[in-house]
Ligand binder design. Structure first.
Ligand code: GCU
Length: 842
């Protein structure tokens, strides 16, 4: 485990223990900080733990403190027998034990479940939890301060925003993770729980350090075989590994299990045999996992079975599980992601966004007290911009939780840096004005607004076996921030990032500022180049949810429509003339979105169907905004590369290179996005870009215009994912192709980019030469190995990518040549070559 850092300040002993910066330690690196004798004297040297029973979070807190202080300062804590010793000591206990055993009268502010009190006067530190779990959180807080070089004297209590702070893993029993971009499952393989749970232990540790207290281990599209006797034992082992970290596990259930696994002839939630079957299953589960957090259920959604099969309501379905859990104190999370995926676009009033309220509003008050309706932040599906789900304003006697997605399914799948807290905050801070009173989403999910006792947070995380967990070092800021916000949603996005960066990359201010700048610009940039004005992420919703494919949104039953045509675009969701969706919000909000003049630009196409020439509040037309935003977003993404390069030498090479690779890829793919979306709508509307950029590429050479030998033209679909709609592929899958051209650009130094397609199922090889001198060569293996996104077997917006060779001297009349050697099904495809003079982005 890589706990030791790269600063070079460690002594010989530690150096020999130093592990690679492969990301496995996440933000818990405890990197060494120089500390001389007087500094060491100001640190505690002893550790007192009250009731550190084996496997308890108190014991874990002690182990973390010992290894943390050793790793950061080479300070060896000695465990004291003298109870309640305060001098030069860290005391860790629950408040109750502290009061009882230490006869203490210290005034400690009131702590709620999982809360903690931290007092440090330098060498004397008190960490007291409302529970053992809270004490562990306090220990992590203290270590986080130290690891960031913060030696302040502090005295404060900290309480959670909500009791439910869970993560969801969409791991399948075969080990594949649905919408996971960091490798295979750390929990399952070949239908059973894996033997080696060391990564699970480290995951639990990371989760505990950000105060996550629940972990759903399997996919919401659940497989009933999880409930086999063998797998229940496996779940017991997972729980044993997580328990010392105060992380309780839970499982996703398949509604039809009584039939498919239990052999009953029904799964009707009101049938006594079914009720009995679930009660027995639940009792057995609790025998293996006595502290099971509960269940997560996706029912009647996207083909999953549910109570509708028997004409039962969703609440009747939910209560079946809630009641089974009640004797054990478990929680049922019931997903609100229920909608008809066979809508008819020719029906102007059809609207998937209305579904959650339509299904759940009338059931308000019918759910058991230990049931929580888990609601995705927006009414569609984790899009780059959505208004808040109106369901939050329609359930008053039902517990609710928000569902976020750390895994960047529609947001670049961890190949694009997109720091998500600013997006999440548009939802959390949204005031729904229920009954004309302040009704912030964050106050609704905490239970505060409607006086609910239960509520909180879930996030789809999908870490995998990749040592970086999510497939990308910098994507981990999203997981860290999720935990921070679930504890305290008013925490500032930038400050969270600062903390994460210090812990992950060290305290150098240039590193912190650069990562902050890049990260804070990343969601706005991604929105700009992937789908703006509330049209949603214009990705391929029918295939991988990754690259651009605007046409895929329409003419199908999924209801993620743009309704774009030659003259108009956007969903009319007004009550006056549209789907009536705005009417699902409380009056003040409904009124705001009902009218164009009060709808903010960034959601205009979500709520209104307008001409492309409609003028926004910004003064631009919709189409010109599209063009400009896509150019601006892609331009911003190019700057990520140069900003990151300013950190060469300040970040260890392993992570520097890995992050750079991804940012270079993102810069190239952002151009693919930009051109695809702009070309698509330019083609549809015929409205030229006022700045004459769209379709104009003076520095490009189309591959199809080159002299070809062994290459042939290929019409790419969708057309907009190739420059000029056409690429070249080798004439056969086994013979090499050559494309040459004479350059007529002015003599200068250029960055030469080659746009090509890196498909799944082959690793082609390309060579770029100038006058037969090799400029560079590359292999099409990103999809197969390096990147974590969903793969594509086609030439399209997912496989389209760019390789770039910097600072190449070019003379007029030079011959440029590309030689492509196909491999497998990948015919060494090339789209175009671009020669970029300094400062030109294209
Ligand atoms: C999205 C996602 C699916 C997932 C579903 C869900 O549609 O693409 O993979 O199963 O959400 O949240 O249930």
């Amino acid at each position: 485990m890589g706990q030791f850092g790269f600063t070079g300040l460690v002594c010989g002993l530690l150096l020999s223990l130093a592990a690679a910066e492969d990301g496995f330690a996440g933000w818990l690196r405890y990197a060494p900080i120089p500390c001389d004798t007087s500094c060491l004297q100001r640190l505690p040297s002893k550790l007192t733990l009250l009731n550190a029973t084996t496997g308890s979070p108190i014991e874990t807190a002690g182990l973390e403190l010992i290894s943390g202080l050793q790793s950061i300062f080479s300070q060896n804590l000695t465990t004291t027998q003298s109870r309640c010793d305060e001098s030069s000591s860290i005391l860790v206990a629950t408040v109750e034990d502290f009061r009882h055993e230490c006869n203490a009268t210290t005034a400690i502010p009131e702590l709620v479940q999982d809360g903690f009190w931290l007092r440090s006067t330098g060498s004397s530190v008190q960490i007291l939890g409302q529970s053992a779990r809270g004490a562990l959180y306090g220990a992590y807080e203290y270590l986080s301060l130290l690891a960031q070089g913060n030696f302040s004297h502090v005295a404060y209590s900290s309480n959670p925003h909500a009791p439910i702070r869970w993560v969801n893993q969409w791991d399948n029993m075969d080990g594949v993770i649905e919408r996971g971009y960091g490798g295979l499952s750390i929990f399952f393989k070949n239908g059973r729980v894996v033997d080696d749970l060391a990564p699970v232990k480290q995951y639990a540790r990371l989760l505990a350090s950000i105060r996550i207290n629940g972990l759903i281990v399997n996919n919401v599209n659940a497989n009933a075989t999880l409930l086999s006797a063998e797998n229940m034992r496996g779940l017991g082992r997972i729980a044993d590994v997580c328990r010392p970290y105060g992380v309780r596990i839970g499982v996703s259930l398949n509604f039809a299990s009584p039939e498919t696994l239990g052999g009953l002839d029904t799964f009707d939630p009101l049938d006594a045999t079914v009720v009995n079957w679930w009660n027995n299953i639940t009792n057995s589960l609790y025998e293996h996992v006595p502290d099971l957090a509960g269940y997560l259920v996706k029912a009647d959604s996207e083909g999953q079975p549910g109570p509708s099969t028997y004409n039962r309501t969703l609440s009747q379905g939910a209560n079946l599980f809630a009641r089974a859990l009640q004797p054990h104190g478990g929680i049922l999370m019931f997903r609100a992601f229920v909608y008809d995926s066979n809508l008819n676009e020719s029906d102007w009033k059809a609207d998937r966004a209305k579904a959650a309220v339509q299904y759940f509003k009338n059931l308000d008050g019918e759910f058991e007290e230990n049931a929580v309706v888990q609601i995705k932040y927006g009414p569609i599906d984790f899009q780059v911009r959505e208004p808040v789900s109106p369901l939050f304003a329609n359930l008053f006697e039902t517990n609710t939780a928000i569902e976020l997605e750390v895994s960047q399914e529609y947001l670049g799948q961890q190949n694009h840096l997109v720091y998500l807290p600013p997006l999440w905050k548009t939802i959390l801070n949204f005031d729904l004005r229920v009954d004309h009173k302040p009704s912030l989403v964050r106050d609704i999910i905490s239970g505060e607004r409607f006086n609910r006792t239960l509520g909180g947070w879930a996030a789809v995380v999908n870490v995998g076996t990749n040592t970086t967990w999510l497939g990308s070092h910098i994507a981990m800021s999203n997981l860290y921030a999720y935990g921070r916000l679930a504890w305290c949603p008013t925490d500032d996005s930038e400050r969270i990032l600062h903390d994460w960066t210090r812990l992950t990359f060290g305290t150098n201010s240039q590193v912190i500022n650069t990562i902050t700048n890049i990260s804070m610009a990343s969601w706005p940039a991604y929105e700009q180049y992937s789908g703006n004005l509330g049209i949603q992420t214009l990705t391929d919703i029918l295939y991988t949810h990754y690259g651009p494919n605007p046409a895929s949104q329409d003419n199908n039953g999924w209801g993620q429509w743009t309704r774009a045509d030659h003259e108009t675009v956007g969903m009319d969701r007004t009550v006056g003339n549209g789907t009536g969706y705005t009417g699902q919000y409380p009056t003040e909000i409904a009124q705001r979105f009902e009218y164009l003049n009060s709808t903010p630009d960034d959601l205009v196409l979500w709520f209104h169907h307008v001409p492309w020439t409609h003028r926004l509040h910004s003064g631009k037309t919709v189409i010109q905004h599209f063009y400009d935003a896509h150019y601006a977003g892609a331009e911003t993404a190019q700057t990520f590369v140069s900003q990151w390069e300013s950190l060469r030498g300040l970040v260890d090479k392993e992570r520097y290179d890995a992050v750079l690779d991804r940012l270079v890829y993102q810069a190239g793919h952002s151009i693919v996005w930009r051109d695809a979306v702009n070309n698509f709508y330019f083609n549809m509307t015929g409205i030229p870009d006022q700045k004459r950029r769209v379709g104009q590429h003076p520095w490009r050479i189309e591959a199809e215009s080159m002299e070809l030998d062994g290459y042939r033209l290929y019409t790419v679909s969708p057309f907009e994912t190739a420059s000029n709609g056409t690429a070249i592929v080798t004439s056969s899958n086994s013979t090499t192709g050559t494309a040459r051209t004479t350059l007529h650009f002015p003599a200068s130094t250029y960055d030469i980019g080659v746009n090509y397609y890196d498909m799944y199922g082959g690793e082609s090889h390309w060579t770029l030469s100038l006058n037969d001198q090799v400029v560079g060569e590359w292999i099409g293996n990103m999809r197969n190995h390096t990147l974590g996104n969903s793969v594509s077997i086609y030439l399209d917006g997912h496989s389209a990518t760019r390789v770039i060779f910097r600072g190449v001297k070019v003379q007029k009349g030079d011959e440029l040549k590309i030689v492509g050697r196909p491999d497998g099904v990948e015919p060494a495809p090339v789209d175009y070559v671009v020669l970029l003079p300094s400062g030109v982005v294209d």
